[in-house]
Write a protein that binds this ligand. Structure first.
Ligand code: UDP
Length: 330
């Protein structure tokens, strides 16, 4: 393919991570030109086989300059960053250094190289404990852990950079990302794994016990409720956001979920139906920093960008995760 046939030129930071690697694949499938920037601290090179990858850190300004000097980009999709709530409570220095300094360096490079479009991976954790449900974009931001605070501060920085330097951005506040590619070749991969759906499926696969973090929350069955959204629907939202920015769209933020809440116990039940066996569970203590219920109102992105989630069915989401878990986990 000739260079001019590519649709858009995209830098994907954190492109070797869980959501980033699905994004890279989707961009390539849609015949866009992609450069992956990743320090491989939590991502895996094997998740982006065949993609153009530069390995280095956003905290290294000279490296960043060299990437922007060597390539032209229409838009940057910024997935890179540390993303574990519990780790952020124990090690806030890591979260403020990686997430804040890394993002500020990236924004300064965008400014220097006159790139004005950025799609940012924000999070439902910017809201903290919700005052009302489902959570829309007008809900107050009151994060309850350093991870959520780092995302909320970055959203404020993005607004300031938009006003001062004209770098326009879309912040996508994901609720709970889940699922895998439809061919089961890439999927959720963290080391160590801390997320609900892969841990439940791994417990099923290895006949191990799965520990539920607390069953004394103020919910119908006492376990936490979350809004699980398919990784491919998140990637669709990124593509729509990139096109919106390229056609001159203003800086904004969107909540991204399906609007359906499932308790941890309900997820275990659905997983049992998918894997066709009983999963051993035990009840452990609550995990620090877990809000009882998080459910998104995503009407704004549906109305503004015509985002339509394709895989909102929780059984489909867990089915795709299971196919990845049993067939192709490399
Ligand atoms: N969870 C659990 N046991 C685990 C991992 C997660 O009970 O081993 C619960 C967790 O307390 C939360 C939900 O599953 O209520 C989703 O957690 P996850 O870490 O997947 O995502 P988060 O909501 O923290 O972004």
């Amino acid at each position: 393919m000739r260079k001019e046939d590519y649709k858009i030129k995209v830098l994907v930071t954190g492109g070797a991570g869980y959501i980033g690697s699905h994004m890279v694949r989707m961009l390539i499938e849609h015949k866009n030109s992609v450069v992956v920037l990743d320090d491989l601290s939590t991502g895996f090179q094997k998740s982006v086989l065949g993609a153009n990858i530069v390995i280095g850190s956003l905290c290294d300004k000279e490296f960043l300059d060299s990437v922007f000097a060597a390539n032209e980009f229409d838009v940057v999709m910024h997935f890179a960053g540390a993303s574990l709530v519990s780790e952020s409570v124990i090690n806030p220095a890591k979260y403020y250094s990686n997430n804040l300094i890394g993002t500020i360096n990236l924004l300064n490079a965008l400014n220097k190289f006159e790139i004005s479009n950025l799609v940012f991976s924000s999070s439902a954790s910017v809201f903290g404990i919700p005052n009302y449900l489902p959570i829309d974009e007008r809900h107050v931001q009151a994060p309850i852990n350093p991870y959520g605070r780092s995302k909320s501060i970055i959203e404020s920085i993005l607004n300031d950079y938009s006003i001062a330097y004209g770098i326009r951005s879309v912040s996508l506040r994901y609720f709970n990302a889940a699922g895998a590619s439809l061919d089961g070749k890439i999927g959720e991969l963290h080391d160590p794994e801390t997320h609900l759906i892969p841990l439940v499926l791994q417990a099923a696969k290895h006949d191990q016990e799965f520990i539920i973090f607390g069953d004394d929350y103020d919910t119908a069955d006492g376990t936490c409720i979350r809004d699980y959204i398919h990784v491919l629907d998140i990637c669709d939202a990124h593509l729509l956001s990139a096109n919106y920015l390229i056609s001159g769209g203003e800086t904004c933020s969107y909540n991204l979920g399906n609007g359906n809440g499932y308790s941890t116990k309900q997820i275990v039940k659905v997983a049992e139906a998918v894997v066709r066996k009983k999963i051993k569970i035990n009840i452990g203590p609550r995990r620090h920093g877990d809000p009882p219920v998080l459910i998104s109102n995503s009407n704004k992105i549906k109305n503004d960008l015509a985002w339509v989630p394709k895989f909102f069915n929780i059984e489909d989401i867990i089915n795709h995760a299971w196919a990845w878990e049993i067939n192709s986990r490399f």
